[in-house]
Design a binder for this molecule. Structure first.
Ligand code: IPE
Ligand code: IPE
Ligand code: MG
Length: 247
């Protein structure tokens, strides 16, 4: 399969990825789980490169979930350290490729080192406009929806908003992805077919693509395969096939 097969006129604006299978990949190599996470960094570079080259505008990566705090302490610590090192190491490359970094999630719950590295990375890349890389950290959709509902309830309580003003748009605006278009495509690696509390509101009409490849083995070609599959799907949005076909 080559990039030639991809229709550059029909590239999703926003692709979200549940990067999964690092632990199993490491186990297959007779290594500890963190070795899988370390090798996953190269896959992030590959996915980002593929997305950038194709003209994707937003790439959201699920890097650490609210539920992942329940993992063994050593693994959580190792992941946080890896995050800090990776952000600091990659800032120059992000700038070279005009990548803007963003983060969503309960960022205040992250260790201070992580918050500082993120702040640094976000500030230093804030003027870039080719693609936005959004890291979901200490993120879960239910956490985000609870936070959003609280904001809306507070606005109603203070009289800044009426219950009638609550719309799909105002709920979208209350979330951490406010202003970012919903993902048209959600990729999950490692063969698991579940959402694991990721972007529940935003993926209402996303195409779901499940890849059997473990995240550390995921390469540009795998990303392009997902885009190609997306382009072969018919997105009907509740209509019938004949209404979609324009010719
Ligand atoms: C994904 O890989 C990375 C994170 C969730 C941080 P896993 O660590 O979940 O790997 P598996 O699913 O155990 O193989
Ligand atoms: C989902 O992966 C979270 C991230 C990719 C960060 P998990 O491996 O934690 O998901 P479950 O627990 O298997 O559903
Ligand atoms: Mg997993």
């Amino acid at each position: 399969m080559t990039q030639m097969d991809i229709d550059l006129e029909n590239i999703p604006e926003h692709v979200a990825v549940i990067m999964d299978g690092n632990g199993r990949w490491a186990k297959d190599q007779g290594q500890v789980r963190i070795y899988g996470h370390m090798n996953g960094v190269e896959s992030v570079r590959e996915a980002l490169k593929a997305a950038t080259e194709l003209g994707v505008k937003y790439l959201t990566l699920y890097a650490f979930s609210t539920e992942n705090w329940n993992r063994p302490k050593e693994e959580v610590e190792a992941l946080m350290n890896l995050l800090v090192d990776t952000i600091l190491n990659e800032v120059n490359d992000l700038n070279d490729n005009s990548v803007r970094l963003m983060a969503i999630g309960d960022l205040e719950s992250l260790p201070e080192q992580c918050q500082l590295a993120l702040k640094e990375g976000i500030e230093q890349t804030s003027k870039n406009d080719r693609i936005t890389l959004i890291l979901a950290l200490s993120y879960s959709a239910r956490w985000e929806l609870v936070a959003g509902m609280k904001k809306i309830a507070q606005a109603v309580k203070e009289g800044r908003m009426e219950p009638e003003d609550i719309t799909a748009e105002s709920i979208s605006s209350s979330l951490s992805t406010a202003g970012i278009p919903d993902p048209e495509l959600l990729i999950r690696t490692s063969g698991e077919q579940r959402i694991s509390n990721f972007l529940l509101w935003q993926i209402a009409y996303a195409e779901l693509y499940f890849s059997p490849v473990n995240w550390p083995d995921f390469r540009k070609e795998n990303f392009r395969e997902a885009i190609l599959e997306y382009q072969n799907r018919e997105r009907r949005f509740g209509k019938v096939s004949e209404q979609i076909k324009t010719h």
